[in-house]
Design a protein. Structure first.
Length: 331
């Protein structure tokens, strides 16, 4: 799966392409920091205008909005270009995978589900990596940029439970985010979500194979199981997955809904005491949300991570069988 980064043919695409994507994501995070500063200035301007009529001019107001539109336009342009380039980058990755599979397909074709591994799982792998990989890297970059900002904004502000401790907001975000992530990872493990996804794909592959065989069987009586029996297996595993995800989503959705109020809970003493302006409060809430969101990466991406692990497991198993067959032929 990772020959893309070791094969000479793909070195420029793999390494220079990775560098280009990382650099672009860093620029996006820098713009996000500037947008966070804009929020503070803009809401202070609003507070001033609402507190005293005609204290700001219409030119100042439009100028502030134009500043945001300029930053947003740059951000959107970069995001669109990065998305376009990343799609090409990942298709090259898929190409490097299927080229090797094609070269050994005379052996691989005998493995059950070979066509599904080469066609379906390779495209699933790269599509999931497109969203999951870039969002993970961006989450790390956001933490690097926004943790110092949050620390600076929280100095001298009373924080619920932590009092005047300068690391209170960052610690609160850390405890809340990691606690929720650990809870849902443990829940996913207890419900065996990775295993159920893997079993589901295996049942679907068996059903697909029996349908292919049945195309040439006029009696529709395929052994060792009939088409109807195979589909009953498919239905059973799907119904089981629905039930497992029902339990998981109860915990996940409840936590994410409670998450909306977390920043306001920690800022409650400062808001009640009136020691922060509207602009500073918005900066803190937005920075807190960005830090918290990055720390919750595993939580938010957990369903996608489960699917990726399932695809990875199937491809690794497929490659292991190919290597086993190759070694058996050389002995």
């Amino acid at each position: 799966m990772f020959r893309f980064f070791t094969t000479r043919k793909w070195l420029l695409w793999s390494w220079l392409g990775s560098a280009a994507i990382l650099s672009s994501l860093w620029v996006q995070v820098q713009i996000d920091v500037e947008i966070n500063e804009w929020f503070g200035e803009f809401y202070d301007l609003i507070q001033k205008a609402l507190g005293e009529p005609n204290s700001i001019t219409i030119e100042e107001y439009w100028s502030s909005l134009f500043s945001f539109m300029s930053l947003a336009a740059i951000y959107v342009a970069i995001a669109v270009l990065v998305s376009y380039f990343t799609a090409h980058f990942l298709f090259r990755w898929r190409t490097s995978m299927v080229e090797w599979y094609h070269s050994v397909y005379h052996q691989a074709r005998k493995i059950e589900g070979a066509s599904q591994r080469v066609q379906e799982d390779t495209i699933k792998f790269t599509r999931i990596m497109e969203g999951l990989g870039t969002s993970f890297i961006e989450a790390i970059m956001v933490l690097v940029q926004f943790v110092p900002i949050l620390l600076g904004l929280s100095i001298g502000i009373p924080i619920f439970f932590f009092g005047d401790w300068e690391f209170g907001l960052v610690t609160g975000a850390l405890v809340w985010s990691i606690g929720g992530t650990v809870f849902l990872v443990a829940l996913g493990w207890l419900l065996r979500l990775v295993g159920i996804e893997y079993d589901l794909q295996k049942k679907e592959a068996a059903y697909r194979k029996i349908l292919v065989i049945a195309e040439d069987d006029d009696s529709q009586n395929v052994r060792p199981k009939t088409i109807e029996e195979i589909f009953l297996d498919v239905r059973s595993i799907h119904f089981l997955s629905y039930l497992r995800y029902l339990y998981f989503n109860i915990g996940r959705v409840a936590y994410l809904q409670a998450n909306v109020l977390s920043a306001y809970v920690f800022l409650a003493p400062a808001i009640v005491a009136g020691v922060v302006t509207l602009g500073v409060m918005q900066q803190i809430i937005r920075a807190f949300g960005r830090v918290e969101g990055s720390m919750q990466y595993l939580l938010r991406a957990w369903p996608t991570i489960i699917e990726l692990l399932s695809v990875y497991k199937r491809l690794r198993e497929f490659e292991a069988k190919i290597f086993y067959d190759q070694n058996a032929l050389t002995e």
